[in-house]
Design a protein around this ligand. Structure first.
Ligand SMILES: Cc1cc2nc3c(=O)[nH]c(=O)nc-3n(C[C@H](O)[C@H](O)[C@H](O)COP(=O)(O)OP(=O)(O)OC[C@H]3O[C@@H](n4cnc5c(N)ncnc54)[C@H](O)[C@@H]3O)c2cc1C
Length: 311
């Protein structure tokens, strides 16, 4: 086997400016200083120091162990629909699980077993096509199954967690574990699945007519689309709905529905979303988030919590 040359890299931050070597052997799946903007819905933000796309679970485990041994921070990027990457970018490793090994979807009677890297939309459409009810409410939620499980993605009609009966995860030390139903906890935009990687999940659904589910899915999609910023906008949903009230209505009540900072502005379709206009920076989005939170707290007494993760 050819001996590969270690990749040299620079640790970010003025106090950490020295070169280190990434463990060799992963050059074919690693890119340095990969811009993350194209992989997120906001389409802004800096680069990942190491962008790694493993092709198998074994390769993923080897990368995780090697990066952990070097003390590198490791993150997983799914569909990038619930993320804002800072302008400075992120140090360490960002894993992207798009290989077939992470994206399979299998159906067995009322059960779907799908990879954490599978697109949520594909899991939903597979269920509907196979006449399995439960997931049709989730149509239009972007991202991957792994990302959906991490935040227990859902709508008023239900969430992914209620159908999830087990999950296979990889820990930060590269160990693979199975979390059974009684170990799983799902709440509003929260789950107990906080290990490094969600590799796979089992969803137990209910038999129904595929034609009826297709109709329901189409109706849900039409309603959802009308409440979202337009598809060509760089955007993300920023705030959680606090205790039964919609974040959008609180933002409107506080008079912040047309607020903007630089090129970041509140969406005119749904005030819980921020739109990044051309030239927008992550700093502007973060400043707008803080401005909205402060104004809403001052004027309504409610502390808005962010749904989006900031890297
Ligand atoms: C237009 C739009 C509409 C939306 N509508 C809804 C909605 O109706 N309901 C709702 O709940 N959300 C909604 N969201 C938010 C978002 O789509 C969900 O949170 C989605 O489930 C995130 O999945 P992702 O793969 O894009 O995750 P990412 O944004 O890539 O990552 C989010 C978090 O999940 C982690 N993660 C991703 N994949 C994995 C994995 N395999 N293993 C471990 N961790 C992982 C990441 O590390 C990060 O911590 C919407 C967002 C947009 C932009």
């Amino acid at each position: 086997m050819a001996i590969s040359r270690p990749i040299a890299f620079r640790i970010f931050g003025p106090e950490n400016e020295f070169d280190m070597a990434f463990p060799s052997g992963f050059e074919h799946i690693t890119r340095e200083q990969e811009q993350l903007a194209p992989f997120t819905w906001f389409r802004i933000g800096g680069a990942a120091q190491f962008w790694v796309e493993p092709t198998s679970i074994e390769e993923l485990a080897a990368v995780v162990r090697a990066a952990a041994a070097e003390g590198l921070m490791i993150r997983v990027l799914g569909g990038g629909s619930n993320l804002l990457v800072r302008d400075e970018g992120v140090s360490g490793v960002v894993l992207h699980l798009t290989a077939a090994a992470f994206a399979k979807i299998e159906v067995n009677k009322k059960r779907i077993i799908a990879g954490g890297g599978a697109k949520l939309g594909h899991v939903v459409s597979t269920a509907v096509r196979e006449g399995l009810a439960g997931l049709e409410q989730l149509v239009g939620i972007p991202g991957t199954l792994g990302g959906a499980l991490r935040s227990n993605a859902g709508t008023h009609g239900g969430d992914i967690g209620q159908w999830t009966t087990s999950a296979t995860v990889m820990t930060r030390s590269g160990e693979i574990l199975t979390r059974s139903k009684d170990e799983l906890r799902f709440g509003y935009r929260a789950s107990s699945l906080d290990e490094l990687v969600i590799l796979e999940a089992t969803l137990d659904l209910e038999m129904a007519s595929s034609a009826m589910l297709t109709k329901q899915m189409q109706q849900t999609w039409i309603l959802k689309k009308a409440q979202l910023p337009s598809a060509d906008q760089a955007t993300s949903c920023i705030f959680k709905n606090p205790g039964g009230v919609s974040a959008a209505s609180l933002i409107e009540e506080a008079g912040m529905h047309s607020a903007r900072v630089g090129n970041a502005e509140v969406s005119d379709r749904n005030a819980a979303y921020i739109v990044a206009q051309p030239g927008c920076t992550s700093r502007e989005v973060i400043e707008l988030i803080e401005l909205i939170r402060k104004t809403v707290a001052d004027r309504t007494g409610v502390d808005l919590e962010t749904a989006i993760e900031i890297w």
